[in-house]
Design a protein around this ligand. Structure first.
Ligand code: NCD
Length: 341
């Protein structure tokens, strides 16, 4: 098996060979190869058409372990497990023994005794690598990263990129991805820009990919993420703009507008949050002004950054994106939990 070392942990590369996915931890988008992405997307498309040939063993249990709030990620993984003929158990920080002082490694080692896979969300950046380093030998079940602090949210990026391909109807030539919002703390956008730049070429885009970043002051995309892209695929152009209008004016056709929420919970004080709150809103006027916006995506939840009068615009793709989350997560679980032949 080919592996990649990330933060001192050897993780499998997830390729077009379904065997590489069996029992694998999925922690970072860096693990996924272009062929692996195609395999997953083809499977998600079949699952969306009610293909039941990828069901898991009916006694399969998926643990969803969430130390941060979630509606879509937790529920879509749970629904995915059930729709694949398996089951789930949910654990959250309020009701687990972490309340009694148990370490996360011990909790996961416990859950690994009962479940066949563990989907984990945690507020600490990099925690997935820490638990695998400390207690990886005791957590002998696949661990799926459902969001670690401000670092990554790989399954969200997978469903985002799936949605972009699906909405474009074919592999798009010359796409501009505009990322708007809290690009400093937004883990979904960190995973998305890396996945689309390094892995999705010729699956989602051909020709050129331009990524434009628009963020309130102090919430810019980290240099480290931009550098990862420059190193991995120097053909991708990255620009930073002060305003969304400037980014749109300077974009060619085929704009994918990816909007994110300001991550209030990551701010040191409410005052800092209030200073940037409400600094951008996508509304009807903007949508009418720019035909070049092909789709609007948002990982959700939204607060006030997309006005509800945009919801019924055919280019408002965020509800379809959320639906795709079910199929992509079914694809992920079915590949990781497939029975060895
Ligand atoms: C995102 C997250 O948790 O990072 N939500 C999600 O999983 N769809 C985005 C957010 O909370 O803003």
């Amino acid at each position: 098996m080919t592996t990649i070392s990330i933060h001192g942990v050897q993780l499998p590369l997830l390729t077009g060979d379904p065997k590489t996915w069996i029992g694998a931890h999925l922690i970072s988008v860096k693990q996924i190869t272009p062929e692996g992405l195609s395999l997953l997307f083809d499977r998600a498309t079949k699952l969306a058409q009610n293909d039941s040939s990828f069901d898991v063993h009916p006694k399969t249990v998926v643990a969803t372990v969430f130390y941060e709030a979630s509606t879509r990620t937790a529920c879509s993984f749970q629904a995915a497990a059930v729709k694949l003929s398996g089951n789930f158990m949910h654990v959250d920080s309020k009701h687990s023994s972490s309340k009694k002082g148990e370490s996360l490694s011990d909790t996961l080692a416990c859950l690994a005794c009962y479940a066949d896979a563990i989907v984990l969300r945690h507020p600490s950046t990099g925690i997935m690598y820490d638990v695998l380093k400390q207690g990886g030998d005791l957590i002998q079940k696949p661990l799926i990263n459902a969001g670690d602090g401000t670092a990554e949210h790989p399954t969200q990026a997978l469903l985002d990129v799936y949605t972009i391909r699906d909405e474009l109807k074919h592999c798009g030539e010359n796409i501009t991805l505009i990322c708007l919002g809290d690009l400093k703390h937004g883990r979904t956008v960190h995973s998305l820009v890396q996945l689309i730049s390094t892995t999705a070429e010729s699956i989602v885009w051909k020709g050129t990919l331009t990524i434009s970043y628009v963020a309130p002051e102090g919430l810019e995309m980290p240099d480290s993420v931009q550098q990862t892209i420059t190193q991995a695929n120097p053909s991708v152009k990255q620009y930073t703009y002060q305003s969304l209008d400037d980014a749109l004016k300077n974009s060619s056709e085929n704009v994918v507008l990816y909007v994110t929420r300001i991550q209030r919970e990551r701010f040191d004080s409410d005052r800092d949050y209030e200073a940037v709150k409400g600094s951008y809103v996508i509304d009807r006027d903007l949508m009418d002004k720019y035909d070049k916006i092909r789709m609007v995506l948002h990982p959700l939840p939204r607060v006030d950054e997309i006005s509800t009068d945009v919801d019924r615009d055919p280019r408002a793709a965020y509800f379809r994106q959320m639906q795709n989350g079910l199929y992509v997560r079914m694809g992920i679980l079915s590949l990781i939990l497939q029975q060895q032949t």
